[in-house]
Design a binder for this molecule. Structure first.
Ligand code: SF4
Ligand code: SF4
Length: 409
């Protein structure tokens, strides 16, 4: 992409990085073909190429209007465009750098600011989220259908086998929403890893990965969450913990970005980079053959696997989770357009309900098209979003595997 940027832009660290990313774009438009928002809206500015153009105009010092903010807000940060792009344009990084700049140039409407403030005030804190949901469940019968759908069912009590000391140790990110909305997921992870002779250790002083704030353009707040987690884990990592495991791919991808997030912090930059390098999804740790010796499905239920965007476009790990499910004996159904986002995308389903609901309907039609007995996924946001219309037949893939332990193990 040809562009003429001011010396001021080129001299600033984020400006220099953004211009370097944009210069890799050859404007071919291949990315539009796999962009969910372009597919729905049919507007060049709701596709990655158009959004790159809007960001370039901003750096060119053209006036930034509310329209720029609207089109960037509609991006799911699903990264489907990144895996399509032949030039390797790091679009999601560009967007994360651009969003805070737009916030300084365009003032949001009061309702928009209030919603964003409330999301940042509640979602990263499990106790606040649990209290709000308890009240929301009581009021649900009085709510309009679209709002009521956002209220998840009360979680079932987690059957947590607790910690068993093993010589192989890894750190488990407890996360925020997942702790109160679906505690059975990390309980399943602890139990399965224990069977594989790996101890997953939790740290109550760690917390939200920072993704909620980061994707809303609140970089300093995301950095605070990241520093808190790094401080909580440093001693255990130095004592020999092998990896940091997250059962939510959205959080895992955020942890993998800690190196970029804190690259300019002299105290944390090095540790942040080291942590980013050892973050793993469970499927990146579990050996399918070892798993199959301990877990075997008695029948062969047909399962639809929804690979979250963060897993397939962000980590390129979907085939590993599928290999684990097949090793245990599940048959995976065909899911058309598996590369498209379900519309969850963190707080996107709250802030962009129309687009999120259209994507949800499309995704459920695709997932149910081959008559699966269950739907499994790997990210708490996708799981809760799909459950809104598909109910408890949607599980995390580790929850599906856990009850199938072979007798004697
Ligand atoms: S596919 Fe890549 S190079 Fe082509 S327009 Fe999209 S971002 Fe630019
Ligand atoms: S991240 Fe997803 S929604 Fe955003 S431009 Fe890329 S493909 Fe489109």
């Amino acid at each position: 992409m040809r562009a003429k940027f001011s010396n001021e832009v080129l001299a600033s660290p984020s400006g220099a990085e953004m211009t370097s990313i944009m210069r890799a774009c050859v404007h071919c438009g291949f990315c539009n073909a796999t962009c969910p928002t372009y597919q729905i809206k049919g507007d060049e500015l709701d596709g990655p190429r158009g959004r790159i153009y809007l960001i370039k105009s901003m750096l060119d010092d053209a006036p930034v209007s509310n329209s720029t903010q609207v089109h960037l807000d509609r991006c799911l940060t699903c990264r489907s465009c990144e895996t399509t792009c032949p030039s390797g344009v790091r679009y999601s990084r560009l967007l994360e750098l651009a969003r805070p700049m737009v916030e300084t140039k365009v003032r949001r409407r009061p309702w928009d600011r209030f919603q964003r403030w409330l999301i940042r005030l509640v979602i990263p804190y499990p106790a606040r989220f649990a209290a709000l949901m308890a009240v929301a469940r009581i009021l649900k019968p009085l709510m309009p259908r679209v709002l009521g759908e956002l209220v998840p069912a009360a979680p079932s009590k987690a059957n947590d086998s607790g910690a068993v000391v093993r010589s192989r140790q890894m750190i488990l990110l407890d996360g925020c929403v997942q702790q109160s909305a679906a505690p059975s997921i990390n309980a399943a992870a602890r139990d399965i890893f224990n069977q594989l002779e790996i101890q997953l250790r939790s740290f109550p002083n760690s917390g939200c990965c920072g993704a909620v704030s980061y994707h809303l353009g609140e970089v300093a707040e995301a950095q605070r969450y990241a520093k808190n987690n790094i401080d909580a884990w440093t001693d255990t990592l130095e004592a020999g913990a092998e990896a940091i495991v997250s059962t939510s791919t959205g959080c895992a991808v955020m942890l993998k970005e800690y190196g970029d997030l804190l690259s300019e912090n002299p105290v944390y930059a090095e540790r942040a980079k080291k942590i980013a390098d050892i973050v793993r999804d469970p499927c990146e740790v579990i050996d399918p053959q070892a798993l199959s010796r301990i877990y075997q499905a008695q029948s062969v239920p047909r399962i639809a696997f929804h690979a979250p965007c963060t897993m397939q476009h962000g980590m390129d790990a979907a085939s590993k989770a599928e290999a684990c499910l097949r090793a245990v004996g599940f048959e995976l159904t065909n899911v058309p357009d598996g590369h498209l986002c379900c519309g969850s995308a963190g707080s996107y389903s709250i802030l962009q309900p129309d687009l999120a609901n259209r994507l949800l309907d499309q995704k459920l039609t695709a997932l149910e098209s081959d008559a699966p007995a269950k739907i499994v996924t790997a990210n708490i946001g996708c799981l809760m979003h799909l459950q809104r219309r598909a109910g408890p037949q949607v599980l995390h893939w580790l929850e599906l595997i856990r009850p199938h332990r072979v007798r004697g193990h």
